[in-house]
Design a protein around this ligand. Structure first.
Ligand code: ZN
Length: 311
């Protein structure tokens, strides 16, 4: 077959015109997929950090507290790095222990945001909404009714004997998973002692765990070193965010019944003065909430209110 010289030239010119356009289209497609937003929410507590076993690590009066603010920050950073390796583009962290001013904010990357201090209506989950893709719990502990686990309690070791949702006692991890579930967001990772990890995995199948220590008793554990724990958390956070579709959001639907049992009579007696509250027994009040958002706000009120508040 004879090909005229001119047609080869015009073919090459046409190719030369098309190729840059294809390259530009490919580059646009790649950058669009690279910028696909993937929002990860991290709720961080302290009792479940590597090595944390007693109040000495957990509050400003403890001799190891300043050191443990560093360790908490490093475990949160490990979770952030793991999430990023799995494609996370935005991270919101909520400091959710004690005074909620534990994490060293100046150690966090510039594009991470941090929620600090109380009160906040969604408690340890403030800032969560339906725009998030996954939730990670870092440094968590087991619940008040669990006979095992380091520092096992639910929201207040001093004041609450049990927190029940729809009749079932729940640890903070399950309570907070139900808040995330209200917004359709799955919890995909929990870090803490072995009891804490098993407790959430029993309620929410498929959640990844990073057990950084084995509980021996309320104030004792057999722990990994902080560096080894951070490597584990980084690895598990990456796997959890990558496989997030395997976990269903933990949805309780509505209405949700809260039964809150205090350690003493008087808080229950006073709360039952309110027409929205029923007194179930001497130390237990019941509040039926429209949904987990309303229920969380009730808990935040009960935990935060006192008539002598200033300013
Ligand atoms: Zn805590």
């Amino acid at each position: 077959m004879m090909v005229r010289h001119g047609s080869v030239e015009s073919f090459l010119v046409a190719v030369a015109r098309v190729v840059p356009a294809l390259v530009v289209m490919l580059a646009l497609a790649m950058s669009a997929s690279a910028q696909q937003p993937l929002r990860v929410y991290i709720s961080a507590d302290m009792e479940g950090l590597a090595g944390a076993v007693s109040p000495e690590q957990l509050g400003p009066s403890g001799f190891e507290y300043q050191r443990y603010r560093e360790i908490m920050t490093a475990e949160v950073m490990a979770a952030i790095e793991g999430a990023r390796a799995a494609g996370a583009t935005e991270i919101l962290v909520s400091d959710s222990h004690g005074n909620a001013q534990n994490i060293l904010i100046d150690r966090l990357p510039d594009d991470v945001r941090l929620i600090r201090s109380w009160p906040r209506p969604l408690g340890m989950m403030q800032g969560i909404d339906e725009t998030f893709d996954a939730v990670l719990f870092v440094g968590y502990h087991s619940g008040a009714t669990n006979p095992a686990g380091v520092r096992a309690h639910t929201f207040s070791s001093a004041n609450y004997y049990a927190v029940r949702l729809n009749g079932e006692p729940v640890p903070e991890s399950v309570f907070n998973a139900a808040i995330a579930g209200h917004f359709g967001v799955p919890v995909v990772l929990i870090t803490g002692d072995d009891v804490t990890v098993a407790e959430l995995q029993a309620a929410v199948p498929g959640v990844e765990g990073a057990a950084v220590k084995e509980a021996i008793s309320y104030h004792s554990a057999d722990s990994m070193t902080p560096a080894a724990a951070q490597a584990l958390i980084r690895r598990q956070a990456e796997a959890a965010v990558r496989n997030r579709a395997r976990v269903s959001p933990y949805r309780l639907g509505g209405p949700v019944t809260l039964d809150l049992t205090f350690k003493n009579h008087r808080p229950a007696e006073l709360l039952a003065f309110l027409p929205i509250v029923d007194r179930v027994d001497a130390r237990t009040v019941r509040f039926v909430a429209r949904d987990m958002v309303e229920l969380a706000a009730f808990m935040a009120f009960v935990g935060g209110y006192e008539s002598g508040l200033t300013p």
